[in-house]
Write a protein that binds this ligand. Structure first.
Ligand code: GAL
Length: 654
């Protein structure tokens, strides 16, 4: 990554701007209002392909020139979109086989967006022709600060099963495997007699009436990620010559299951993420924090951009739940606390027509005489007041392992229980840490993790031998590792590691698992420290000691939580789905991870450089007597208390 865009003033503030939906008078009013709200950055043209190239090979950039000039004259920077997420009708008409096909074999229809297959040759060449021209035309404009490529790769459809994709899959396999023998071996095709005699025999793993080879599915997920990334790279390389940073907005780091964002990050100049609350979850501020921490981790700790979020309700959830008073501000500043140097929204002005007309915006349908507008203007002032925070970094002593390949593999069919989910355990451990006021990084299992005091592996089902060795080295040299059940089970091809579970983790954990005993739907088992859900299993100690025991169920009397002292560190294991808070406290204490004492778990506390962000998600004021310094949001000394629903950003006295 080569760096954050050069943007005017404060934390970047603004959002997606679609002037093509509005007459000129409104566009002029837009710029006046943007200045009033303190907008510094807008993303343009993200879905405007049909207007920029109204017929094949005929380009019309004039209307957008005018908009860019007007914004530039007002001191507002532009993130220039490349509109490839919305291929025009003429393109689809000419290349109907560019429409993606689902795994079930349904061809996606036009009239929406994201309706071109990333492997289709005509889509690739049309992309290249348009982006080359956009680069040459807008690249030199001083008002264009960066490039916003495509939109949310992989959403809503990650994998395409059309004939072009299938052909590209074969090419990809030829490059991945040295020989067909190696492929047959890796996919375990001796099972159900699936052996392939030539690459031509291999098809995309389409829907079938029974389970399709899981190793093939896993490779198809890798392939799909590769194809989208190749489409991004094609554009990035054409834009590079302009000297302006290039990025693409992720469709939510946590929920964008189809893209391996560890592979994307090195290809971007700055990581950009979109985040939307699940309106009906009351703990959604914790999931927001998790998304932000994952974004920062993908960015390698560097400042990242919150490219989209909402001022209020979204239009694509079952119910468009509005944000409560103060919630938008807390949401925005929580992203900043966790490393974002931007607060951007979808979108500037609410659309009057189209699919998203009931989506909130910075300028709602009600106009400026509205609470949302007043809150937007106030947030613009916050963004300016936080200018000095820009570029500072968040430190974390604890990391949770995160691996998209494990996410994909764990959620294929025919696992020992359908109650297993990649996110469920990660969220449970994350939430417990959040409530302990512990800031968390996410790390790939093969990454350098030596700087963390504690590593948590709640969902490491797929774990390579090399990654397991990495964890072992970490523990031997003094680290504290906590592993949850159904981790270390399979290799990169979804093949069970040889011998007893948990394969490559047996040594570091000092135990093995004889048999899984998943619980019936809704079932629980009693463990010394409380109830366990979803899972029970027969743990046999081989060096580790039992810390807690199953008190009933299929493994009554056998270990449920264990600890293995190894080298200078220790490895813990949890054999069921517990509420991890008490156990985590013990591990954090032993690993000397300090937490601020005496604060309620409704107060979010994050340190970013010399700044302490205090976000009160509760209904009563919270006293924070230990924090002293200037509150950047008020410009005065921090009063030692955060009001109900309020935020303080304290630059601590040295
Ligand atoms: C995002 C998308 C935006 C807009 C938004 C609505 O996923 O990138 O274009 O549709 O959702 O919440």
């Amino acid at each position: 990554m080569s760096g954050y865009p050069a943007l005017p003033g404060g934390i970047a503030f603004g959002g997606d701007y679609n002037p093509e939906q509005w007459p000129r008078e409104v566009q002029e009013e837009d710029v006046r209002l943007m200045r009033e709200a303190g907008v510094t950055l807008v993303n343009l043209g993200i879905f405007a392909w049909a207007l920029l190239e109204p017929a094949e090979g005929e380009y019309d950039f004039g209307w957008l020139d005018e908009v860019v000039d007007r914004l530039h004259a007002a001191g507002i920077a532009v993130g220039m979109g490349t509109p490839t997420a919305a291929p025009p009708a003429w393109f689809t008409k000419k290349y109907p086989d560019s429409l993606p096909v689902t795994r079930e074999g349904r061809r996606v229809g036009p009239g929406g967006r994201e309706h071109a297959c990333s492997s289709h040759p005509a889509f690739l060449s049309a992309t290249a022709r348009l982006v080359e021209r956009l680069a040459a035309h807008f690249g030199p404009h001083p008002g264009v600060a960066m490039w916003h490529v495509h939109n949310e790769y992989g959403a809503p459809l990650g994998e395409c099963y059309c004939a072009w994709s299938e052909q590209a899959f074969r090419e990809w396999l030829r490059a991945r495997y040295e020989s067909l023998d190696e492929l047959n071996q890796a996919w375990g095709t001796a099972f159900w007699g699936q052996r392939y005699g030539s690459y031509e025999e291999i098809e995309a793993p389409r829907w079938s009436h029974t389970v399709v080879n899981p190793a093939q599915r896993l490779d198809y997920a890798r392939f799909a990620n590769h194809e989208h990334l190749a489409h991004y790279r094609l554009q990035r390389d054409l834009l590079r010559g302009t000297g302006k940073p290039v990025t693409t907005n992720f469709a939510g780091t946590v929920n964008c299951k189809s893209m391996d964002l560890w592979a994307w990050a090195p290809e971007l100049d700055v990581v950009a993420n979109d985040h939307y609350l699940v309106g009906e979850r009351t703990d959604n501020h914790i999931h927001l924090a998790m998304s932000a921490d994952l974004s920062r981790s993908i960015a390698g700790g560097a400042p990242w951009m919150l490219m989209e979020h909402s001022t209020g309700a979204v239009s694509w959830q079952p119910r468009g739940i509005a944000k409560r008073p103060g919630e938008m501000r807390r949401n925005s500043l929580a992203h900043v606390a966790r490393g974002s140097d931007a607060i951007l929204f979808f979108q500037w002005r609410a659309s009057r027509f189209g699919a998203e007309k009931f989506h909130s915006a910075m300028v709602p349908h009600a106009g400026t005489d509205s609470q949302i507008w007043r809150d937007v203007v106030a947030l613009g002032a916050d963004a300016r007041n936080l200018a000095e925070v820009r570029g500072s970094r968040v430190g974390a002593e604890v990391a949770i392992l995160w691996d998209w390949e494990s996410y994909w593999a764990l959620e294929l069919e025919w696992r020992p229980s359908e109650d297993l989910s990649y996110l469920e355990r990660i969220e449970a451990y994350y939430e417990a840490l959040w409530r302990e006021h512990v800031t968390v990084d996410f790390a790939h299992p093969s990454a350098d993790i030596s700087r963390y005091r504690v590593i948590i592996a709640p969902s490491s089902y797929l774990l390579s031998e090399a990654s397991a060795k990495n964890l072992q080295r970490y523990v031997e040299s003094g680290g504290h590792l906590l592993v949850s059940f159904f981790s270390g089970i399979v290799d990169e091809h979804d093949g069970v590691h040889a011998g007893a579970y948990p394969g490559v983790l047996r040594d570091v954990l000092g135990l093995c698992v004889e048999e899984f005993h998943p619980l019936p739907a809704g079932g629980t088992v009693q463990v010394t420290g409380g109830p366990g859900r979803v899972w029970s299993e027969r743990v046999r100690l081989g060096g580790a000691t039992a810390v807690q025991t199953f008190e009933d169920g299929p493994d009554a009397g056998h270990p449920a939580v264990t600890r293995n002292a190894l080298g200078a560190g220790a490895a813990w294991y949890v054999a069921t789905a517990i509420d991890p808070r008490d156990l985590l406290r013990e591990v954090l204490d032993r690993a000397s991870v300090a937490r601020p004492p005496g604060l309620p778990d409704t107060l979010e506390v994050v340190r970013r450089g010399p700044y302490t962000f205090l976000l009160n998600h509760g209904g009563s004021p919270v006293a924070v007597p230990a924090v002293h310094g200037a509150d950047l949001l008020t410009g005065s000394a921090f009063v030692g208390e955060v009001p109900a629903g309020g935020v303080a950003v304290v630059k601590e006295d040295m």
